[in-house]
Design a protein around this ligand. Structure first.
Ligand code: ADP
Length: 805
């Protein structure tokens, strides 16, 4: 270029001189010498230029060599593509990037080294280059020889020669991206760890102690602005001497930890105890010290207090009369106190080596575990439970448990505290009470007796079903009311029963039991009066004289009362008809006696006077008639005697029974002698009684004892006191009777024998029974067939002239 420009300049100059020479006044010679000079100058110039050119060429050769190295070993890959996008040239770095030899790549299609996605990116990219004919860049993945991906940055330049070529530089950006990501990650980590940490954090230069960074927590803790803090030195904050710091560090080293206990000064001058956790960190190639600072001033104060309270707690725990157990969340026993050890009779060591499931009653285990699970799951904070433990000797211990979950400051459950009260005694009583309560309740519910509880004012507290039924009311309507509100109550005579005379009110007023009060109570369901027999019992609290409650029990005696009434009426009716009958019997027997006597007398007269004139048959008939009449007389006499027992009697007087028997024996003298009967007596008492009737009683009994006897009669009259009675006995060694006839023989006209066998009317014993009953006693027989009989009768001890007292 130099040559050209200079050459043309010189030529222009030579041509100018030549044209001037032909036209000007100057002599040609002069012009020529000037030109030669010029030429010489030019030659020298040319020589110089040549030299320069040679030097440039050499430089160029050098540069070419340099460029080649540069091209081949540049840190980026160079690819030259032709118009068909075949690789025409590639530098070593480019081939290396794809893991091929240069020769393998030359003339191959560039897109061979891309996946589908990357090809699309590449085409787009190339289109842009072609369109704009300016350099463009893109990022895509190239496939390396070993199949792995190369994340690459491409810059493509269009080279317009005969045809359009492309020069592509390829840079491996995989590491860059990774690094970027790592940076982002570490930045994030650093940010979240350091900047937004709730703990105070400082970054310090280890040698100088300069604070290079601090987080907002640290700034607010120390009371400085963040900008101030990062200008300070750690010695502005740490008040310990170098020696003390050194000692702390030694201590940390020996304990193999990174914790130091320092004293830091805040902006306001206050000194705080801090726990510093330190470690080294490399940031931007610089070794730094990071410190995490915890204010433990309060903790130190609390720790002291805590130690004290812990000691106190341990004392309380151990001395507590209530069993205390602490287990961890896996139910491993951590602590047991003396009371619990005593309760189960295991030593503390034994308990610590056992799980509570081992000494829990199997029936109570499931519910216990269920609640513990709820506790551990945080669904409940505590629970109470009654359960059974097995004592070491196998006995059951009933316990009331209060179980609490104990949490740490972070509200995380740490262990389970159980307080255990021995309730075995209480449980025993409770169970016994339950049984008795159940018994009482069953009785209360099912008994036929009505039971009503009333308070001190007579208001009804409870009513049992029987009471509801008897009263014809339900307990809802009765509760809270006084006893008489609901119905009219009456006495047996039909007069009103005032409320204040009700047995329960009397019992409350007097504090005494009231018994057997008969009341008529109107039953609204039956719409009639029912009769009840009421007892009222006052109830007292210990050491109180006034009853606080009363309960009444009553029976439905409506039926009894009705029956009694009927009985009374029947009795009255019976008495009346009986006395009518007696009257009739008396009148009849009395009035019959006369005509009968006439019949007997005249028949006898007939027999006497017409004896010879009548035939044998007639005499026999007359005999029958006489017999009949006499027998009739006997009957009527006895009947009269029977009716006279009640209608014609005397007052009771004191009678010496020994004398009485003497008289009787005198009356019976003839038959006694005839039968050679032997009669013996106990010493006999003096008793108020009807003399004639007593005589008749003994006459009948002794007479029968002689009559119904087939041996020499041995008769004994005994007497003894039993309860409220004299019991007399008249025993014999006679024929005796079968037990099935014991009752019958006391009925009127009832006999066990014919007239031919034993004479008699069958009224004797009926008279005896009537006499005994009139004296308030009873009569019966004990006998054995063929061996003898004893007739017993009683007379009450307490008799006076009117009979029974
Ligand atoms: P009676 O002697 O007139 O027949 P009782 O009324 O005295 O009437 O006696 C009724 C019956 O009791 C007698 O018929 C007799 O069978 C029996 N009986 C009474 N006393 C005795 C006795 N001591 N031993 C055996 N049987 C007796």
């Amino acid at each position: 270029m130099i040559e050209n420009s200079k050459g043309s300049k010189l030529r222009d100059k030579v041509e100018d001189i030549l044209s001037e020479h032909s036209n000007s006044e100057l002599p040609f010679y002069d012009k020529f010498s000037e030109l030669v000079h010029e030429l010489q100058t030019y030659q020298i110039e040319l020589e110089m230029q040549n030299e320069e050119l040679q030097k440039s060429w050499k430089d160029l050769e050098d540069a070419k060599l340099k460029y080649f190295d540069l091209f081949e070993f540049a840190p980026v890959g160079y690819y030259s593509l032709n118009e068909k996008e075949l690789i025409k040239d590639v530098n070593l770095t480019g081939a290396d990037l794809l893991g091929f030899e240069k020769s393998e790549l030359i003339d191959s299609a560039f897109i061979r080294y891309m996946n589908f996605d990357s090809r699309r990116i590449f085409y787009k990219h190339l289109m842009k280059v072609k369109k704009t004919l300016t350099g463009q860049s893109c990022e895509l993945d190239l496939i390396k020889n070993d199949g792995t991906n190369l994340h690459a940055h491409l810059e493509t330049l269009p080279i317009q020669k005969d045809e359009l070529d492309f020069r592509i530089t390829i840079t491996n950006i995989t590491d860059l991206i990774n690094a970027e990501e790592a940076l982002r990650e570490s930045d994030g980590k650093y940010h979240s760890l350091f900047k937004s940490n709730h703990a105070s954090m400082l970054l310090i230069k280890p040698v100088t102690g300069e604070i290079v960074d601090a987080n907002p927590t640290a700034a607010s803790f120390y009371g400085y602005r963040l900008e101030e803090l990062v200008e300070m030195n750690i010695t502005d904050i740490n008040v310990l001497s170098d020696e003390e710091v050194f000692n702390e560090m030694l201590k940390a080293k020996s304990e193999e930890n990174n914790h130091f206990l320092f004293k830091h000064r805040l902006a306001d001058g206050e000194i705080r105890d801090v726990d510093v956790y330190s470690g080294t960190i490399i940031i931007n190639g610089e070794n730094l010290l990071y410190s995490i600072i915890h204010d433990i001033t309060r903790q130190m104060e609390v720790e002291y207090a805590l130690r004290e309270s812990e000691e106190r707690f341990r004392l309380i725990f151990d001395q507590s009369p209530i069993g205390d157990v602490i287990v961890d969340l896996n139910y491993q026993t951590l602590h047991v106190n003396n009371a619990f050890s005593k309760m189960l009779e295991y030593s503390k060591e034994e308990l610590l080596s056992m799980e509570f499931t081992e000494y829990t009653h199997p029936e109570d285990l499931d519910i216990n575990l269920h609640y513990l699970q709820l506790l551990r799951d945080g669904k409940i904070d505590d629970f109470e439970l009654e359960k059974r433990y097995y004592r070491k000797d196998g006995e059951i211990v009933w316990a009331h448990l209060h179980v609490t979950i104990v949490k740490n400051q972070l509200d995380e459950p740490v262990y389970i505290l159980t307080m255990i009260e021995d309730i075995t005694e209480r449980k025993k009583i409770q169970l016994a009470l339950q049984v008795s309560e159940e018994k009482y309740r069953t009785l209360y519910e099912t008994m036929t007796q009505g039971v009503i509880h009333q308070d001190s004012l007579g208001r009804i507290i409870s009513v049992n079903p029987a009471a509801e039924k008897i009263m014809g009311l339900n307990h809802y309507s009765m509760q809270g009311e006084t006893c008489n509100y609901h119905c009219k109550a009456i006495h047996e005579d039909g007069t009103d029963f005032p409320e204040d005379k009700h047995p329960s009110m009397i019992a409350l007023k007097t504090g005494k039991e009231v018994r057997d009060v008969v009341m008529g109570v109107f039953n609204p369901q039956k719409k009639s009066y029912g009769w009840i027999n009421v007892n009222a019992t006052p109830l007292f609290k210990p050491n109180e004289k006034k009853p606080y409650q009363v309960y009444i029990t009553f029976e439905d005696i409506t039926k009894t009362i009705k029956a009694q009434k009927l009985l009374n009426e029947t009795l009255i009716e019976l008495r009346r008809s009986n006395s009518d009958l007696e009257q009739f019997a008396y009148v009849a027997s009395h009035d019959l006696q006369e005509p009968l006597r006439m019949v007997a007398n005249f028949t006898q007269l007939l027999e006497k006077q017409y004896k010879d004139k009548l035939d044998e048959n007639a005499s026999e008939y007359i005999n029958f008639a006489v017999d009949g009449a006499e027998r009739m007389q006997e009957l009527i006499k006895d009947l009269l005697a029977y009716s006279r027992v009640t209608s014609h009697h005397e007052d009771f007087i004191e009678i010496d029974f020994e004398e009485l028997i003497e008289e009787v024996l005198f009356d019976l003298e003839i038959i006694i002698e005839e039968n050679k009967a032997i009669i013996t007596l106990d010493p006999l008492p003096i008793i108020y009684s009807d003399r004639l009737q007593m005589r008749q009683l003994f006459q009948n009994l002794i007479g029968n004892a002689i009559k119904y006897n087939d041996k020499t009669p041995l008769i004994h009259i005994s007497v003894k006191k039993e309860d409220a009675d004299w019991i007399f006995g008249v025993s014999d060694n006679g024929i005796g009777i079968k037990s099935e006839h014991y009752e019958r023989i006391f009925q009127v006209f009832k006999r066990l024998h014919t007239k031919e066998e034993y004479d008699g009317t069958g009224i004797g014993l009926a008279i005896c029974q009537k006499i005994v009953e009139r004296h308030g006693g009873r009569i019966w027989i004990e006998s054995e067939l063929g061996k003898g009989s004893t007739f017993y009768f009683t007379i009450p001890l307490k008799q006076d002239n009117q009979g029974l007292i």
